[in-house]
Design a protein around this ligand. Structure first.
Ligand code: G4P
Length: 530
């Protein structure tokens, strides 16, 4: 296959939503369309199978959340589609943020009854920051929900993005009759519980056509005509460039569980969504078409089999062609590495691949060489940007309960930190380990894994910090006096950067006022500029 063609046909995206909006269900239906799975229920079954084989995943089962991020690839209409799944649970938000650095666009699933929920807003903020193109799927139209126009207003206001409906629902709940495809000028009639790919689609070029009345009834037909007229009056024409710039989000309506409205979504997605995009490094911008391979690690996953300690590093190919068994430069470690068993993820199956192209995500077996954010190249010394650590929100001190096992504890916590499960700050004197996370659940995951995978014994003690701020300055004197005054609130992160553990917003503000030459960073992004 020609290189350029291989890039053009790839579509790498993430599905994001507030938990329970229908992300898993939609993913499954997309895989069904792509022929990657044959029966509905397979994705969930897979979830359950995984939990049964892994102690770690037992937590996931108990909590009913998807802790892991997985990748699923399938072909559809001459496109090679890579879906990056993201955990919906808010405690794993940072995992999702990192996954969003590896996608080129996003499908956002909204529950038509709940509208925009807290987690949706946060995820959208990250998309806006990165100018990621977004398509919105309003799900569960077979249930009573908010009025569609109200919902569109809510989307615009809460998500701070312009919207443009491309399909329009006819009724909802018990009266849901289907969707009219504004883009294609066709009517798709709803029938519940469709597990196979079958559509009841009728071309309706002219909305005034009386055929419409016969199909959906006179009153609903009249209402649809009025609503479509209103849409044309209120919303700008769909413009692909605006969508690609992240300025406007096309909206689709449907019911994922009934496999309804999903085909319209997928067909339009294939038509309008971006092919792999470039990324910036500390040196220059990298375009996918460049000859030389480059890529970055955005996720590290512990082996699901507890007998094997190895891990899988998820690498997104940014440029060039990745080849099995070829030596690449690991920039941070300054060493050459080759990979005999890189894997791709075709739905549930993993298989060894010989090549991968921009947009692809591959799994690299890792025995501890990788950290989140690591860059591989053919030799050029550069690091991809945009995978920052955010300041954690919850802090706890990790205490060792078994002095005989301190080595295991040390090793275990460092490996978990490399995986991005949490952040670690070391406080002196006494080498005290302060662990910071965005959610309470991670502490349970860490404790569980340290005990079961590393044989350590530990406990967490709550600490009342508000934020961890990385400090930079050119004023050495001011820094010294700050360090003297705040010595009990200082720590070092995993890369030995100085961090201020502020106890309250007020005390942080005071520090900023009293030491004007010091900059207190709430994300570690600045380090890439150093
Ligand atoms: P998530 O990954 O975003 O957390 O959501 P998930 O797909 O697991 O869906 C959450 C619940 O919503 C599931 O029900 C699912 O069946 C249901 N659902 C998804 N799409 C639709 C839809 O279009 N209409 C309706 N009415 N329900 C929908 P559950 O009871 O939690 O699980 P299950 O027993 O049905 O699998």
């Amino acid at each position: 296959m020609k290189y350029q063609e291989a890039i053009e046909k790839r579509r790498t995206f993430g599905i994001i939503s507030h938990p329970d909006a229908g992300k898993t269900t939609l993913t499954e239906k997309l895989l069904l369309f792509g022929g990657a799975i044959q029966t509905a229920g397979a994705v969930k079954n897979n979830k359950i199978k995984k939990t049964a084989t892994s102690d770690f995943m037992e937590i996931e089962k108990q909590r009913g959340i998807s802790v892991a991020t997985s990748v699923m690839a399938f072909g559809y209409k001459n496109k090679q589609i890579n879906i990056l799944d993201t955990p919906g649970h808010k405690d794993f938000a940072e995992d999702t943020f990192r996954t969003l650095t590896a996608v080129d666009s996003v499908i956002l699933v909204i529950d038509c009854a709940n509208g925009v929920e807290e987690q949706t807003e946060k995820l959208m903020e990250v998309c806006r920051m990165r100018k990621t193109p977004v398509i919105i799927f309003v799900n569960k139209m077979d249930r009573d929900g908010k009025e569609s126009f109200d919902l569109l207003d809510e989307l615009e206001q809460s998500l701070k993005i312009k919207v443009r409906p491309l399909t329009w629902p006819i009724g909802m709940g018990d009266f849901f009759q289907g969707v009219y495809n504004i883009y294609d000028k066709s009517l798709n009639l709803f029938s519940a519980n469709k597990t196979k790919i079958e559509e009841d689609v009728h071309a309706i070029d002219d909305i005034q056509n009386k055929e419409l009345d016969e199909m959906i009834g006179e009153d609903p037909a009249e209402e649809l005509r009025e609503e479509l007229e209103m849409i044309e009056g209120v919303y700008d024409e769909f413009n692909r460039d605006e969508y690609l710039a992240g300025d406007i989000a096309p909206v689709f309506f449907g019911s994922a569980v009934n496999n309804f409205g999903v085909k319209e979504l997928l067909d339009t997605f294939c038509e309008v969504s971006p092919s792999p995009r470039g990324r910036t490094t500390d040196l220059r911008s990298i375009e996918p078409q460049e000859d030389k391979f480059s890529g970055f690690v955005f996720k590290i996953h512990a082996n699901l089999d507890p007998k094997h300690r190895d891990r899988i590093a998820f690498l997104r190919v940014v440029s060039g062609r990745f080849e099995r068994n070829k030596f690449y430069q690991h920039i941070r470690l300054e060493k050459k590495m080759k990979f005999p068993n890189p894997t791709s993820f075709m739905a549930q199956d993993k298989s060894v691949i010989d090549y991968a192209y921009p947009g692809d995500v591959i799994g690299l077996y890792d025995t501890g060489n990788f950290k989140i954010g690591d860059t591989l190249t053919e030799g050029e010394k550069m690091m991809f940007k945009g995978i920052p650590s955010f300041s954690p929100e919850i802090f706890q001190e990790l205490e060792n309960l078994d002095p005989m096992k301190s080595k295991q504890l040390d090793k275990g916590i460092r490996q978990l930190i490399d995986e991005g499960v949490a952040q670690l700050f070391i406080q002196q004197p006494g080498n005290r380990k302060i662990v910071g996370t965005v959610g309470q659940l991670q502490f349970e995951v860490i404790n569980y894994r340290l005990t079961h995978e590393y044989g350590a014994k530990c406990q967490f003690v709550a600490k009342n910090y508000f934020k961890a701020c990385w400090i930079t300055t050119d004023n050495v004197q001011q820094l010294e006096s700050f360090m003297k005054a705040k010595y009990n609130l200082l720590a070092r992160d995993k890369d030995d950067n100085l961090v201020f553990l502020a106890e309250t917003p007020f005390l942080l503000q005071m520090a900023e006022q009293d030491y004007p030459d010091l900059t207190f960073h709430k994300t570690s992004e600045f380090m890439l500029d150093k």
